[in-house]
Write a protein that binds this ligand. Structure first.
Ligand SMILES: Nc1ncnc2c1ncn2[C@@H]1O[C@H](COP(=O)(O)OP(=O)(O)OP(=O)(O)O)[C@@H](O)[C@H]1O
Ligand SMILES: [Mg+2]
Length: 134
């Protein structure tokens, strides 16, 4: 069983759309309301990063259920400027734009798996997974 939704992120309102798709899919898969909300929060952070730092991009949310293992995978991609120093971007308080710089490190703590692929000048891909907990 599985489901996949692609949400283009171009306008502010797309953040809300991506966020609620993630929440809906998590609840459908039997995630707790708390985890569904945490997942939705992680999705809005990466969506907001796309808008602010890369202008536009796309968020793909996939759910899967295999042998009782239920997970949601979120991939946020853009063709913006990329992140020069990923390690630095993951530090609490680092922001290139006067933000709080808590977005990415916060998202990393919320999710079970978290990976950034970014090459300077070639865009950014953030992939992250949350498992259904008992
Ligand atoms: N999609 C992206 N494209 C390019 N750079 C990015 C992207 N996402 C994050 N970054 C870089 O990583 C830094 C850290 O991101 P993070 O979300 O933690 O902080 P922020 O967006 O600056 O502030 P906050 O999220 O707290 O409002 C950003 O300041 C930016 O330099
Ligand atoms: Mg941010």
């Amino acid at each position: 069983m599985g489901d996949e939704v692609r949400v283009p992120i171009v306008y502010d309102t797309d953040i809300v759309a991506a966020r609620s798709e993630g929440r809906r899919m998590a609840l459908e898969l039997g995630f707790s309301r708390t985890d569904a909300t945490l997942l939705a929060t992680a999705i809005s952070e990466v969506a907001r990063n796309i808008l602010i730092h890369a202008r536009e991009g796309i968020i793909t949310i996939s759910s899967s259920l295999n042998d009782e293992i239920a997970e949601i995978v979120v991939v946020a991609t853009d063709e913006g400027p990329g992140i020069q120093d990923v390690e630095m971007a993951l530090r609490d308080g680092y922001s290139s734009s006067g933000g709080l710089g808590l977005g990415l490190p916060g998202v990393r703590r919320l999710m079970d798996e978290f990976r950034i692929n970014s090459e300077d000048g070639k865009g950014t891909e953030v992939s992250m997974t949350m498992w259904r907990r008992q």
